[in-house]
Design a protein. Sequence first.
Length: 308
Amino acid sequence: MNQLQDTAEKIRTMEIRGAGRIASAAATAIHDYVKNLDAETIQEFDDKVQKAAKILVNTRPTAVSLPNAVWMSVKHSKTNVDDAREEIINNANRFIKQADYALENIGKIGSKRIQDGDVIMTHCNSHAALSAITTAFEQGKNISVITTESRPRKQGLLNIKHLNDYNIPTTYIVDSAVRSCMKNVDKVIVGADAISVNGALINKIGTSQLALAAHESRVNLLVAAETYKFSPSTIQGEMIEIEDRPTDEVINPDELRDLPYVEVKNPAFDVTPAEYIDLIITDAGVIPPSMAYFIIKEYLGWELGDID
Ligand code: RUB
């Protein structure tokens, strides 16, 4: 359990972050946990696995990739410990492999929507969005990127390192410069923490502002999202919880000491309605947001929606 708890802590503190990385780390943790799990009976085994699964799922509430990865891994149909163990190990391995494939495929598919000369704006640090951008660049397209800082955790710093490693010309801007820079942008590409059944996107706080500014300037907004980022529980009417993170990420508590009337808020994500999204680039192909239901039904199954 120690190793699993270590992974859970790394997800909670964002040492492991980004919906895709979180999902694969959780599947790996389940794999390693189950591999050496001692249990006399299948009941004991299942209880322990469920407990471990919940520890991981409860680390961060918004990225639906996390519960999807965990429940896809731990689901089994066996009645004895060794068979159940084998099935879960295979499930977790399959998830990790498919997640890698999905990222690569999003790169191939997404790159087709990027034209030579495009200026692309992105927000936060999304491996899926970057996969499309770097693949297009490697195909010889002469593109450049504008990345936001993405306060408060400054994931934009990860983007500039990554893009610089590819020799992609990149401009770093503060989040409040998004609208003023939009006139120079050909398309916006962002990632997803979750996509609900109505095609709404849940992604890093500020994404909806990019969407509004893009909409105003008639700039297309593309979302790069693996099929496992779609949320089955939203079919059953569940809302996606927006994570409130510690306020010391925003402001040093010392600055608040003598300001009793001041409250600080730190919502980590926001919701962009489907009407502001032009396309979702998934590993299964490019879809309009109105097809979110189809992805959930075909690729995730209804039963995942039963999970608490
Ligand atoms: C990360 C974030 C990313 C999505 C998609 O937020 O909002 O855009 O998770 O990322 P945080 P990816 O830094 O709070 O985890 O495409 O890598 O899965």
